[in-house]
Design a binder for this molecule. Structure first.
Ligand code: DHB
Length: 392
């Protein structure tokens, strides 16, 4: 049955796509981007940020590229991978989209990889950040980041700053397991001690029992990864359980001090050091303009790292379509995406032509209050970081 379904899908996709790119080009048909995002449910902030960023990109850069009108088709997968797969299939077969994009969480990005491969449709991953995603299909291009990429920097910083023992606490799926592995290995290499490794479920996590355990173990610091949207709950319970008062420091990837929520976290977040590829406080002209325009277009909402992944994803798609002279076509678009170099609001970045993953700066940041608001203020940078997950 499964086999049947697969070959039916293959045939349907092949029939739907035969010559469709050049025909669409000749007829001046719109260029369609299928943007699949979690617009509702636990990951809804990711969807809201990326959709807003994609729309801002289009408002700033026009909705026509090389003579083709750009059509954004937004679909809500509620972050359930079965939905993501079904929507991707519909978008390819019925809507005949030229590019699939979005993907709020790793299981959603992975669910679409076979469809991208079979239909030769570029899959632009704007959010999901498990290292292995780019290896699931040669049609995946990533504009977000990877957890190995950002976890190593904080594991180098911590032992130089009085942290000799840690407990790790991560969400129990792809990116959390990557963060745990790459943080721990590096921290141990640097002479540190990992006292315990704790994992919380992705759906409806309750951090309380885990934090209690950390309190009992009394490490110098707790290292945390949770996906975008869950950071505020961790921070709140960290404060309520008096962890900071018990002398346990909090270090994390920047997913925890997420710019989408940071300003509502309160003073417990002050002084928390994280490593990540984007801060809304990044001091460049390009970023200042981006943040200002984003806030203006979205009732003051501050862009987070998801927004930047979406904004740069649109840039990569626009540039690729331009390079093909408006013609498109999966393989030509993919070739034109590889190796793109650009200045992102996050800083300089490029798409590695070999791995199709993004290479970018990783920053160490500390939460500080400025003009009454909380920001991730960058104080150090590791330049041009490739995903360390690719070399293993
Ligand atoms: C993933 C999701 C997130 O919200 C995040 O901050 C990092 C990684 C993911 O599922 O890959």
């Amino acid at each position: 049955m499964r086999q049947h379904k697969r070959s039916f899908l293959k045939t349907a996709i092949a029939v739907a796509l035969a010559g469709s790119a050049s025909l669409a080009f000749a007829q001046g048909a719109p260029f369609k981007i299928g943007l699949i995002l979690p617009m509702t449910g636990q990951q809804a902030t990711t969807g809201r940020q990326i959709e807003a960023a994609a729309k801002l990109w289009m408002a700033q850069n026009g909705d026509t590229v090389a003579g083709r009108k750009i059509e954004l088709v937004v679909k809500d997968d509620t972050s359930l991978p079965d939905q993501t797969r079904r929507l991707a299939q519909e978008l390819v077969v019925n809507d005949k989209v030229d590019v699939l994009a979005g993907f709020g969480i790793t299981p959603s990005a992975l669910a679409v990889a076979p469809i991208a491969t079979q239909s030769k449709t570029p899959e632009v991953v704007m959010a999901a950040a498990t290292s292995s995603i780019t290896e699931a299909s040669p049609y995946v291009v990533r504009t977000s980041f990877t957890l190995p990429q950002v976890s190593v920097a904080i594991a180098d910083w911590a032992p130089k700053n009085g942290i000799k023992s840690v407990v790790t606490l991560v969400t129990d799926y792809g990116p959390g397991i990557d963060a745990e592995k790459y943080f721990s290995e590096r921290f141990i290499l640097n002479g540190g001690k990992v006292m315990d490794k704790l994992r919380v479920p992705l759906r409806n996590p309750d951090f309380a029992p885990f934090l209690q355990k950390v309190r009992d173990l009394k490490p110098d610091a707790l290292f945390v990864f949770v996906p975008s949207g869950a950071g505020a709950a961790v921070m709140k319970q960290f404060g309520e359980r008096g962890m900071d008062k018990a002398g346990i420091r909090l270090i994390a990837t920047g997913d925890v001090t997420d710019d989408d929520q940071l300003n509502d976290m309160g003073d417990v977040a002050l002084g928390v050091v994280t490593s990540h590829h984007y801060s809304a406080a990044h001091p460049s002209v390009a970023n200042r303009k981006f943040v200002e325009a984003f806030e203006k277009a979205n009732k003051g909402m501050r862009p987070n790292f998801m927004a930047v992944g979406g904004y740069d994803g649109m840039r990569v798609i626009y540039e690729a379509l331009k390079k093909t002279g408006g013609k498109g076509g999966g393989d030509a678009l993919l070739a034109a995406m590889k190796g793109q170099i650009f200045e992102s609001p996050r800083g300089p970045a490029y798409i590695d032509a070999q791995t199709r993953d993004i290479v970018q700066n990783v920053y160490l940041r500390k939460v500080e209050k400025k003009d009454g608001k909380l920001w991730n203020v960058e104080f150090d940078v590791i330049k041009d970081v490739k995903d360390p997950g690719k070399s293993k």
